[in-house]
Write a protein that binds this ligand. Structure first.
Ligand SMILES: [Zn+2]
Length: 107
């Protein structure tokens, strides 16, 4: 059925996945820390240094990867792509489940 709105939605979702191919796993983490140098601006405990990380499971084990400052914006977007990918996959599965149930009722 070419006019089936579910199939149109599924097609649109599948086509959107290609744009997410640079996705990265895990979550993007911002940490604040003091470097320990007594004369640094961070010694007041307020103007702390920002540190960026990816926190992810790799082969089932939790890992943390440092993100260099020049890559922060790029990596933030790449991690966000994974969430959009998961949302699209869940929506596709929802449509397919609905279709499965319908096919089961009407063989
Ligand atoms: Zn410092």
């Amino acid at each position: 059925m070419p006019g089936d709105p579910d199939l149109q939605t599924r097609g649109r979702l599948v086509r959107s996945l290609g744009a997410l191919r640079e996705m990265l796993p895990g979550s993007f983490v911002e940490r604040k820390r003091a470097c320990g140098r007594p004369n640094c601006h961070c010694a007041d405990g307020k103007s702390l240094h920002a540190q960026y990380q990816i926190s992810a499971l790799v082969e089932g084990k939790p890992k943390v990867f440092h993100v260099p400052p020049r890559m922060v914006e790029q990596v933030r977007q790449q991690v966000a792509m994974r969430r959009r990918f998961d949302a699209a996959a869940a929506a596709i599965c929802g449509i397919n489940l609905k279709r499965f149930l319908k096919q089961k009722e009407n063989p």
